[in-house]
Design a protein around this ligand. Sequence first.
Ligand SMILES: [Zn+2]
Length: 274
Amino acid sequence: MTHKIINAISSRNVPCWGSRKKYIAVHYLGVAGQAHDLASDGCGAHFYIYWNGTIYQRCSLDAVPWAVGTAGYYTQKHPEARNSNTISIEMCCKCDGNAASAEDKRWYFTKETQEACAWLVAKLRHEQGIPSTNVLRHYDIVNKTCPAPYVHNNGYKTSWTWTTFKQRAEEYFSAEQKRELKPGMKVKLTQDIALRDSVSTKPQQAGYVKYTQLSASAKKKCRRLSGNKAKLKKGGVVEIKKAVTAWDGSIWVQIKSGWLPAVVKGKYRVKAVL
Ligand SMILES: [Zn+2]
């Protein structure tokens, strides 16, 4: 299942800007209700997900809303995750108990909100090259009880546990990857990639395609490196003949002139041409 993202992007109340995003933080709204706006003081998130799974994007990804900082009150736990390098997602929630207290054990998420959030996390990881280990609860960054259902982690009503959430996001992520690179698909390089003559295995690194053996048309798309290696230039479009996952999880694609390590450490070096 895929979900739609409703564009509610606005720069209003965005306190700061920065484009280096390495982490994803999951939050609960903290009130039993639904909303998708930044507060006038800049507090909020990039995305908000309603009870029925509707996703709103309130901020562009280069916005830095106040979301995971200490606010001069909480204690920083994470060594690196900060407002400036983190994409935040607010999950709207419900509470059967005292909604004035994060410590109440009866906060919960609907299944729809969780499914949509797991899907969104996978999509963002895929597009931004963010590893699974960098998907955090707000609670993992500072000592705030957020998102309460995944901090209490008691599976109240329809709430999953944090482990279940991460597993579901991982399932969406592998589905996204499989969908992405397949034979017949045309992709554009988002960086220079050296052409290899095969796929690296654990005992043996693949060799390089020799520049002087390339066809004239292939040479035009390449740069010649020392040692007669050929590097396919960023922006070049190639057609995938075959896609394989190597021993280390990297994804290699075969093209007319050789092999390319297209996804390394979860980071995509190509994108589909639509
Ligand atoms: Zn939070």
